[in-house]
Design a protein around this ligand. Sequence first.
Ligand SMILES: C[S@@+](CC[C@H](N)C(=O)[O-])C[C@H]1O[C@@H](n2cnc3c(N)ncnc32)[C@H](O)[C@@H]1O
Length: 242
Amino acid sequence: MQPHPMLKAHYTTADAKPVFIDGLFDQGAPHYDAIVDWGFLRSGATYRRWVQRHHGLRPGHHLLDVACGTGLVAVEAEKILGSAAHITCLDPSAGMLAVARTKLAARFVQGRAEALPFADASFDFLTMGYALRHVTDLETTFREYHRVLKPGGKLLILEVTKPASHAGAMVFDLYFGRIYPFLTRLFTRSGAARDMMRYYWESMDACVPPAAVLGALRSVGLVDVQRATALGLFSEYTAVKP
Ligand SMILES: C[S@@+](CC[C@H](N)C(=O)[O-])C[C@H]1O[C@@H](n2cnc3c(N)ncnc32)[C@H](O)[C@@H]1O
């Protein structure tokens, strides 16, 4: 199952999607941290640290951060683990990885969630922050997560989810669809940064509902599959490899 229908304004084949997305993040990488910082009212670092601790990341764990981007999840994980020695960061975008490399001494790998270049049963904990919409297929991705987790290992997928209520959806569309891309262009003076944030909204807007994500997680044999929410907007999907 695709995480959203084809966004034909940007690509018309499944093969073209990753090419488009890599270009988007390579170009937007220099601006990403600043945009996310003010766009989420400076809450991002605190939330990313809290949510990983809350869902069970502990010192001693070997962590895989898929779609690490500029490292915003991994730098908070380092504070919990006490070092980056057991953190592996994976992302397809060379531009995003280049920024992340300046922040922590983790292992960095260029690659995709759908084909992880790691041995079976390698990790205790797997995170994916705000990138599930970018994969080409949910089940393929989740089978890989199941494969690389150790028995008893846990995954945590963070997403922004369009509110179910009519009023909430209207505010969501106004902020992420119009205000956020407009302010991004204004502050960064970068059309590439604006396009990255506009696509951010388009893919969230078109995303399959949470029940479909939960179903896909269960379908690959993961157990204790759950979704918690914060502020009705932030989804925390968790699951365990039996
Ligand atoms: C919005 S950023 C999220 C970065 C970071 N995790 C965070 O919390 O801010 C999305 C990231 O997903 C990456 N990405 C896109 N397609 C991917 C794929 N198929 N597999 C893994 N990562 C992917 C992009 O390169 C980008 O760095």
